[in-house]
Design a protein around this ligand. Structure first.
Ligand code: C2E
Ligand code: MG
Ligand code: MG
Length: 700
């Protein structure tokens, strides 16, 4: 710390010497005997203490004192006068002018030193005090700025709970401004209530002062503002305790939780709801199913779960794009919402799958009427971007406790029932039943049989001859796979082809059928009766990128002329990725084999679409052939298809010819080839060889 300064003004040099002797050990001394230059020195040195003689020529000590006290920068400098004992009048005047003490003449050095020492000490403390109070002021300012700027609400009170400070956030949340709030009881401006029950809560400010430690507010609290606005808050209150342990007041800091509460609510909503439709998702549905099952057990009622799937959605979605797909989902969900009403849980449980949970039901009865309304609602055409789309639904219904013992089973069984609805023609609903359960079991058994047959390479092929309708001569055959059961009975492909597609076994199956078919081609060729054999391939095989390579290998291995092999694909196989399918068909075509479009008329192919695939043969689906002799409409369709084939330069083959009339009609329409029971049923290879290969003629 800098040393203090004492300035002495006395016209008697002797006195200066004595005074200097007295104080020089206490401070740095500046002195002058010329009272006229005193003020200048004072201004320059700003001494901590001034010792003035009173009587001086030209400018008295009083004059100097007066000037010092008049100067705002100097007036704090304490002044000591040097007086004689008898000079009472002057002492009065000196005190009136602001002097603080006197040094009596004749000067007692020790006494003078002690006086000066005391005053310097006081002066030192005074300047320290100034520093401290400046510092406190600064800190207070900083604190004020901080409290006004922070995002939390802050309210301070005195020991009686009367508000002494309230920051802007707290003003906003409570609805009271600073002037309204200060001086009022904190409980008057902070109305705290339980967010759920609305019960009044104790303000933690009062509590914290009572227990003399910080306390946190109970959870789930809302603050009701002066204007009646509510917000969720979380806070802590702390007592202000002085050095002696007395409570001087309290500070409460609180946060507006509304946003985080809203966020939490939203998060819960997101995890439990589907973002596209806003409907509950599978997770929430599962909870609800479980809840209603528990409830049902108590009330002896029953629960129905409807699983609703949009028919052919995958095709629509792939062909028209995901945006249109989403619009379809949305509009179906709106219709289902409308049908199901508020009291029913409607959920979106998969891409194109919805579920509807019906509680309190006379179960079966009301479930089927809801299902019926759902089907009906979907039948109304949907317009998206000005285009009309026709939809249908397949619905599976399962009941608790009739069909299932728990939530998982209920959901699984409605799924099974839905698949049954799909498998039996779509656009309908099916109840889960014991039969269905039986069917599920049979399916499992069938899968076991199929796997075994594939492992043993024991699948059998039947062949159905294909005829030239004009020449009445066999020109080829279609190979049709059969599974031979343990008891020797023959299982038709409809019973295991869809299953093999679902399980992915179709690739192994397809390969074995192709190998056996090529062996058969080789066998016929060896017998000098080269016949074109058509082999059915499924959509999944076409979608397999290595399929063309595989076909090439089989052709090479069997050594056949590729022109004797035809592959039949269905329209659904062409519905997948356009480019990829086209490339695959081009690759197959380049092997020299021919390609036929099977079951034509049952799918969605358009003319422009067909043109872009390298197809050689069109096979009219047997459903049209079947009806053509008595249904004019079917005949019209066949006629149109016949023209189409001509126009696309494709060979036309009719399937399912059963009558002579059909045979003649088709021939008249210009249909090149035909196959059907009228000519010959599919027969085992041995029989085929006996009847057609060992004979010289290939006519009927
Ligand atoms: P598809 O390719 O349309 O085969 C023609 C089906 O019509 C055969 O049934 C055949 O027996 C039957 N059919 C032939 N003529 C007549 C007739 O005059 N009247 C009637 N009502 N039906 C006739 P199948 O053999 O039961 O085959 C059913 C379907 O299974 C086939 O339909 C084909 O899509 C599929 N399939 C058969 N073998 C294979 C195979 O090796 N691979 C694949 N992916 N699918 C196969
Ligand atoms: Mg076929
Ligand atoms: Mg067919």
């Amino acid at each position: 710390m800098r040393s203090q300064k004492v300035l002495i003004v006395d016209d008697e040099p002797v006195n200066i010497v004595i005074l200097e002797a007295a104080v020089s050990s206490l401070a740095h001394v500046i002195s002058t005997s010329n009272s006229l230059e005193a003020l200048q020195l004072i201004r320059h040195h700003k001494p901590d203490l001034l010792i003035l003689d009173i009587n001086m020529p030209k400018c008295s000590g009083f004059d100097i004192c007066e000037a010092v006290k008049a100067d705002i920068n100097l007036r704090e400098i304490p002044v000591l006068f040097v007086t004689s004992f008898t000079d009472v009048k002057n002492e009065h005047k000196a005190l009136a002018l602001g002097a603080i003490d006197f040094i009596s003449k004749p000067i007692d050095i020790e006494l003078c030193r002690m006086r000066v020492k005391n005053h310097l000490l006081i002066q030192k403390q005074k300047s320290q005090l100034t520093v401290y109070s400046e510092r406190i002021f600064e800190e207070k300012e900083q604190l004020n700025i901080t409290l006004n700027a922070i995002a939390d609400g802050v309210i301070a009170t005195d020991a009686d709970g009367l508000v002494t400070f309230i920051n802007p956030v707290a003003q906003r949340l409570t609805g009271f401004n600073e002037f309204e709030a200060c001086g009022r009881l904190v409980t008057d401006i902070m109305e705290l209530r339980d967010a759920s029950t609305n019960a009044t809560m104790i303000n933690p400010v009062l509590h914290t002062m009572e227990v003399k430690r910080p306390v946190a507010m109970a959870l789930n609290v809302k603050l009701v503002s002066k204007q009646g606005n509510e917000c969720r808050v979380e806070d802590t209150a702390s007592p202000i305790i002085d050095a002696y342990g007395n409570v001087k007041g309290a500070v409460i800091v609180f946060q507006d939780l509304s946003e985080s509460v809203a966020m939490a609510v939203q998060m819960t909503h997101l995890t439990n709801h589907d973002h596209l439709t806003g409907l509950p998702n599978r997770v929430l549905l599962h909870d609800r199913v479980e809840q209603s099952i528990n409830q049902t057990d108590k009330l002896h009622q029953s629960v129905a779960l409807l699983l609703i799937d949009i028919d052919n959605f995958k095709y629509l979605n792939d062909a028209l794009g995901h945006k249109v797909g989403d619009s379809i989902i949305l509009s179906v969900s709106e219709r289902l919402k409308h049908v199901c009403g508020e009291s029913v849980t409607l959920a979106r449980v998969g891409g194109d799958e919805f579920a509807c949970l019906l509680t309190d039901t006379g179960a079966g009865a009301s479930a089927d009427s809801v299902a019926m309304s759902c089907l009906q609602s979907a039948r109304e055409p949907i317009y998206i971007d000005g285009r009309q789309h026709q939809l249908s639904l397949s619905i599976g219904i399962s009941l608790y406790p009739q069909d299932a013992t728990n939530a998982e089973e209920l959901m699984r069984h409605s799924d099974t029932a839905m698949y049954r609805a799909k498998a039996t023609g779509k656009n309908k609903f099916c109840f889960f039943s014991n039969d269905l359960q039986l069917a599920v079991r049979k399916r499992v058994e069938m899968e076991v049989k199929l796997r075994k047959a594939l492992d043993d390479n024991s699948l059998t092929l039947f062949f159905q001859p294909k005829y030239d309708l004009n020449l009445n001569k066999i020109v080829g055959a279609e190979s049709l796979v059969r599974l031979v059961d343990e008891d020797g009975s023959i299982i038709a492909p409809d019973e295991f082809i869809p299953l093999s597609e679902e399980t992915g076994l179709i690739h192994r199956l397809g390969k074995q059928v192709l190998e056996k078919s090529c062996q058969f081609i080789a066998q016929c060729a060896d017998a000098n009766k080269p016949l074109k054999i058509a082999v059915n391939v499924s959509a999944q095989q076409i979608a397999n990128p290595t399929f063309a390579k595989e076909v090439e290998q089989v052709i090479t291995a069997s050594g056949i002329d590729p022109r004797l092999l035809e592959l039949e694909v269905t329209e659904s196989a062409l519905m997948a990725d356009f480019e990829q399918t086209r490339n695959m068909l081009l690759a197959l075509s380049s092997l020299g084999i021919s390609l036929a479009l099977d079951d034509f008329g049952t799918g969605y192919s358009s003319l422009s679409y067909l043109r872009q695939f390298p197809l050689n043969v069109l096979k009219i689906d047997r459903s049209f052939v079947k009806d053509m002799d008595d249904e004019p409409q079917a005949l019209d369709i066949v006629t149109a298809i016949a023209r189409l084939a001509k126009c696309l330069d494709m060979v036309l083959v009719a399937e399912g010819l059963e009558t002579e009339l059909q045979f003649h009609l088709l021939r008249q329409l210009g249909c090149d080839y035909g196959q059907g029971f009228y000519m010959c049923k599919p027969i085992p290879d041995v029989e085929f060889t006996d009847r057609f290969i060992k004979q010289t003629s290939l006519s009927i």
